[in-house]
Design a binder for this molecule. Structure first.
Ligand code: ZN
Ligand code: ZN
Length: 292
């Protein structure tokens, strides 16, 4: 029987925020319960908007459909950095939610990118992402496909005037280099910001948004708190990346947009500011970043 001590149970509802904010990056399609339930629970604690992020074609179509159906949802569409190599080389480990697939080569990647391009034109789609580089999950054999996909997504975001949502896992220098080479879109968001303070300074110089997830609360994440402390307030966002990265003290339990207040309160403490002031800034920043 689930109880408050059950390690797998959903964490309790936090105290509501007084100033409503958005969860700038979530995956409702990977969370339990219906979209209505997830949005209602979030809204009940002041998380009134979410950006639903697609990671493959199926997820991106779903994000666009869901954003069309719900006022509170905006969509971002993309092939995840770990998805692009799977399309080209096949999916031997079956990690993808679409299951193992035959290798499709460069032509299959081009075809998938054309569909992302089509989705990116839709008005309820406010972002192109998550795209970027992931040197943690994708090995050297997938590097070319991943980079080609990233460059294509940058181009799509710029052509449609949408925000670019970056996934950067253990690839900071290469992500910054490619953004420079291609020319970053006007609005670029580092989702689940994972760099240090020096990188945050560089991002700030370029006007990139830094979106902090639940891992900013983790004991071993002082580098993230240092980055947050010096990031310009007008470039800071908050996200869940749910169902992943549940904030302390609920680490390891299922995450969902209604847990944004837990992360935001920890962030306010790091910034030495009060919760309402930070929430006000984040609400404005997220709307500006995604153009809604
Ligand atoms: Zn990501
Ligand atoms: Zn994500």
């Amino acid at each position: 029987m689930p109880s408050h001590t059950d390690k797998n149970a959903a964490p309790p509802l936090p105290e509501p925020l007084r100033v409503p904010v958005a969860d700038s990056h979530t995956h409702l399609d990977m969370q339990s319960g219906t979209v209505e339930e997830g949005l209602a629970r979030a809204a009940s604690v002041g998380v009134t908007t979410v950006v639903q992020v697609g990671c493959d074609l199926k997820g991106s179509r779903w994000a666009a459909e869901t954003a069309a159906a719900y006022e509170a949802v905006h969509a971002a569409v993309a092939l995840h950095p770990n998805e692009a190599p799977r399309i080209v080389h096949g999916d031997p480990d079956g990690w993808s939610r679409q299951g193992a697939r035959e290798p499709g080569g460069d032509a299959a990647l081009d075809e998938a990118l054309a569909e992302i391009d089509r989705l990116a034109a839709l008005p309820q789609v406010r972002g192109v992402g998550e795209t970027g580089l992931d040197h943690f999950r994708t090995g050297p054999e997938g590097k070319d496909a991943q980079e080609r996909s990233f460059r294509a997504h940058i181009e799509i975001a710029k052509r449609h005037g949408k925000a670019l949502v970056i996934h950067d896992r253990e690839a900071h220098a290469d992500v910054l280099r490619i953004l420079k080479e291609e020319g970053a879109p006007e609005r670029t968001v580092f989702h689940c910001y994972s760099g240090d303070a020096a990188m945050a300074e560089e991002c700030a110089r370029h006007g990139y948004y830094l979106s902090f997830a639940g891992n900013v609360t983790f004991k071993n994440a002082q580098n993230l708190r240092d980055a947050l402390a010096l990031a310009p307030r007008e470039l800071v966002l908050v996200e869940t990346d749910a169902p992943f990265l549940t904030p302390a003290p609920y680490r390891g339990r299922p995450n969902a947009p209604y847990l944004i207040p837990v992360t935001l309160r920890a962030m306010a403490e790091v910034c030495g500011t009060d919760e309402d002031a930070l929430a006000t800034a984040i609400a404005a920043n997220t709307a500006r970043a995604f153009g809604y």
